[in-house]
Design a protein around this ligand. Structure first.
Ligand SMILES: [Zn+2]
Length: 69
């Protein structure tokens, strides 16, 4: 299961995917970006989740987001 949320992320952060404790995922899209950009980010993140293979850039963003909390 994948949940989608919007958050006011820094401009350089397009989206963040987080694996939840129950095995579901949350994709956080940047509310600063427009619809088309968010659709692209969403597809990118969902691909990672499907393949369970996160690219370096996205892993860095997850780290970055973790530090924000
Ligand atoms: Zn990626």
């Amino acid at each position: 299961m994948v949940l989608v949320k919007f958050a006011d992320l820094p401009c350089r952060v397009k989206a963040v995917s987080i694996e939840n404790e129950d095995g579901s995922y949350t994709i956080i899209l940047n509310s600063k970006l427009n619809y088309e950009q968010n659709v692209e980010s969403f597809k990118h993140e969902i691909n990672h989740i499907d393949n369970n293979d996160f690219c370096k850039e996205c892993t860095d963003r997850i780290e970055y987001y973790a530090h924000l909390k």
